[in-house]
Ligand binder design. Structure first.
Ligand SMILES: Nc1nc2c(ncn2[C@@H]2O[C@H](COP(=O)(O)OP(=O)(O)O)[C@@H](O)[C@H]2O)c(=O)[nH]1
Ligand SMILES: [Mg+2]
Ligand SMILES: [Zn+2]
Length: 224
């Protein structure tokens, strides 16, 4: 399949926070809802995105959606997204970097043609540490934790969970095989983030996917 891969250039800008605010304002002006998805590798970002996009397409067939897949190498995630949903996807190579900053995400948005899209998802590099330290200029930050990773992760990666505008607990179907305690997880999360809504989902069974997508559409419509 013909997936474009973009080699991102290293940023020389000093002030990423200021640059991110600029980019956010620009995306709002364009009317593009830009969403940054962060989690550890393998927690289900790509699978969640494919399922989410298919549901959004059902809820509103006129939505123009695009996906930017950031990785150190390969283009498998962009291939998967395009194959499973038909939406445009680009692969961003970070030149070895384990996160994206605002200027790198701007380079990707330019390549994917964000001004002609209503919603752009960024699948950030799988990593619970430094992506939290670099504002990408996205309107919202989605943080994913999968059930097998354990309910204590907000205690170990507080900045990531503090930055979240919404938290998705994925692989809900795997709950019987693990000792994940929903209540304990919520307590751990609330210690660093008092407000972010939490959705328990399974991309495998579809459980919880509709509530999450409705929340996303509501947030998008409030932004317009
Ligand atoms: N049981 C189960 N497995 C899942 C679910 N979502 C993703 N996976 C599996 O988890 C693995 C990693 O998923 P992927 O979406 O590639 O994670 P990413 O690295 O965060 O993008 C794959 O084998 C998926 O099939 C889910 O809801 N339930
Ligand atoms: Mg992925
Ligand atoms: Zn990094």
């Amino acid at each position: 399949m013909d997936i474009r891969t973009i080699q991102l250039k290293k940023t020389i800008l000093e002030n990423n926070d200021k640059d991110a605010d600029l980019l956010r304002a620009q995306m709002r002006e364009e009317g593009t809802f830009y969403i940054n998805v962060m989690s550890s590798p393998g927690s289900g970002k790509t699978t969640m995105l494919a399922g989410t996009i298919r549901l959004l397409q059902k809820l509103d067939g006129s939505l123009r959606i695009g996906v930017m897949e950031a990785d150190i190498d390969s283009d498998v995630d962009a291939q998967t997204i395009h194959r499973e949903t038909g939406v445009p996807a680009v692969q961003l190579h970070t030149g070895g970097m384990c996160h994206l900053d605002a200027d790198m995400s701007r380079q990707g948005l330019r390549e994917i043609g964000s001004s002609d899209l209503d919603i752009v998802f960024l699948e950030n590099v799988g990593n619970l540490v430094c992506p939290a330290e670099f504002d990408t200029g996205a309107e919202i930050d989605v943080v994913i934790l999968s059930v097998p990773e354990g309910d204590d992760k907000p205690l170990k990666y507080p900045l990531m969970f503090e930055e979240a505008d919404v938290v998705l607990v994925t692989k809900l179907d795997a709950m019987p095989a693990f000792d994940f305690d929903e209540q304990r997880f919520k307590e751990n999360l609330r210690a660093c983030n008092r407000t972010a809504p939490v959705f328990f989902i399974s991309a495998r069974t579809g459980d919880g996917m509709e509530d999450w997508c409705r929340w996303l559409m509501k947030t998008y419509n409030e932004m317009k």
